[in-house]
Design a binder for this molecule. Structure first.
Ligand SMILES: NC(=O)c1ccc[n+]([C@@H]2O[C@H](COP(=O)([O-])OP(=O)(O)OC[C@H]3O[C@@H](n4cnc5c(N)ncnc54)[C@H](O)[C@@H]3O)[C@@H](O)[C@H]2O)c1
Length: 252
């Protein structure tokens, strides 16, 4: 099949819904073979059936499971060209409100998982002749709020972790590039439910929209197109970089 990522084998975490599902669709449309993983088995299987991608059940915080997942991809496909570390959670709370346990939980899902994913995947990607890793940060790693202490700092950590791993891969000359993406507020089901759960959803929707100088929230395709670019050889000179696609949120 022709396409911008034709023939590439992609492993994408948290692909059952939202940005991961949209990226899977876009990658498949450009010729990639995509295997999604997700902790939510029902949603993961439903998305795999709908899109025709592979599905593996995975909790991205489990190191042993990461090694099994990579071994399964190698056994079935013989190679790995792209890893998209998309799975994450948003934990709300200020320094006063958030418990130590919830702070740690946010870091385990949002940061430790990316460390583990890269650690597990890089040897197979190097063996495959190189590839591209896309780590999901957020504009929330740049623009902070008093009520997002864990998420803001975890997403900032993803940018710096990505740079360190990118330099390691460059030093090894293993052909693996590693970049991070920083979306602004994108209207996913997750964001829809956050809006719906606030006392005045219409006011929240308006506030979420104007937070972006461009005047609206993003669409999932805005980020899916970026993932396709980073997964493809079109981005072959890009590594260690945070790619900000946020309607101007980070600079406002
Ligand atoms: N939606 C936004 O506005 C926005 C903005 C900036 C960054 N992001 C980032 O983009 C990524 C995707 O966002 P989304 O809104 O589509 O998220 P989402 O919550 O809709 O989807 C995340 C997926 O990850 C899965 N998941 C959660 N914990 C997991 C675990 N331990 N193991 C495996 N899977 C797990 C969930 O089941 C879900 O399917 C996240 O990294 C998020 O932080 C989102």
């Amino acid at each position: 099949m022709a396409g911008r990522v034709a023939g590439k084998v992609v492993l994408l975490t948290g692909g059952a819904m939202g940005l991961g599902k949209a990226a899977t669709k876009a990658l498949m449309a450009e010729g990639a073979t995509v295997i999604i993983t997700d902790i939510d088995e029902a949603a993961g299987r439903a998305t795999a059936a709908e899109l025709g991608c592979g599905y593996i059940k995975q909790d991205v915080t489990d190191w042993a499971r990461w090694q099994e997942v990579i071994a399964e991809v190698e056994a079935k496909h013989g190679r790995l060209d792209v890893l998209v570390n998309n799975a994450a959670i948003t934990v709300f709370g200020s320094i006063a409100d958030i418990s130590v346990e919830d702070f740690k939980r946010c870091y385990t899902v949002d940061v430790d998982s990316i460390f583990m994913g890269c650690k597990a995947a890089i040897p197979l990607m190097a063996k495959s002749g190189g590839g591209s890793i896309v780590n999901f940060s957020s504009a929330a790693g740049n623009k902070v709020s008093p009520d997002l202490a864990a998420y803001n700092s975890a997403k900032a950590a993803v940018v710096t972790l990505t740079k360190s791993i990118a330099l390691y891969c460059a030093r090894e000359q293993n052909g693996v590039r590693v970049n991070s993406v920083q979306p602004g507020t994108i209207l996913t089901p997750n964001v829809e439910s956050v809006i719906a759960g606030t006392p005045d959803p219409d006011a929240t929707r308006a506030a979420f929209s104007v937070a972006q100088p461009i005047g609206r929230m993003g669409e999932v395709e805005d980020i899916a197109h970026l993932v396709v670019y980073l997964a493809s050889d079109e981005s072959k000179f890009a590594t260690g970089a945070p790619f900000i696609v946020d309607g101007g949120l980070s600079i406002a």
